[in-house]
Design a protein. Structure first.
Length: 126
């Protein structure tokens, strides 16, 4: 987490504000005393946080377009479109793109979309 904050040239107070938490909470995340929650991470992904790096320690495969897991991406897209159908309206393109990126990056390590994480991301988007 600390390395990613440095890459983004953000201070701990700036990360805390962007993520909707206290600076003390950010210090705890960076020290590894407790993991960040999905809402915090989704807010920082909107600020270009590499979620794959934070979760797995490896940079997102998305950066190299040829290594995109298209089957996983289709699964993520299906989850997002199902959310839109249940809500009865389409997401604005910018929001849909952000959610696709968040869910795809969080799904790379496990190879599948985590329903609990997706629900938290959608709750934040609603």
């Amino acid at each position: 987490m600390k390395e990613e904050r440095a890459r983004l040239k953000l201070t701990q107070p700036a990360v805390a504000e962007a993520g909707g938490v206290s600076k003390t909470t950010v210090v705890g995340y960076e020290a590894g005393t407790h993991p960040p929650d999905a809402v915090f991470l989704s807010r920082l992904v909107a600020r270009d946080l590499d979620l794959s790096y934070v979760v797995t320690g490896e940079r997102a495969a998305v950066r190299a377009g040829s290594s995109l897991d298209w089957e996983l991406f289709e699964d993520v897209l299906e989850v997002v479109e199902t959310f839109e159908e249940r809500r009865g309206r389409k997401l604005p393109v910018k929001n849909k793109t952000r959610i696709l990126r968040i869910l795809y990056c969080s799904s790379i390590a496990g190879g599948r979309v985590d329903a609990g994480f997706a629900a938290a991301v959608f709750a934040e988007a609603a």
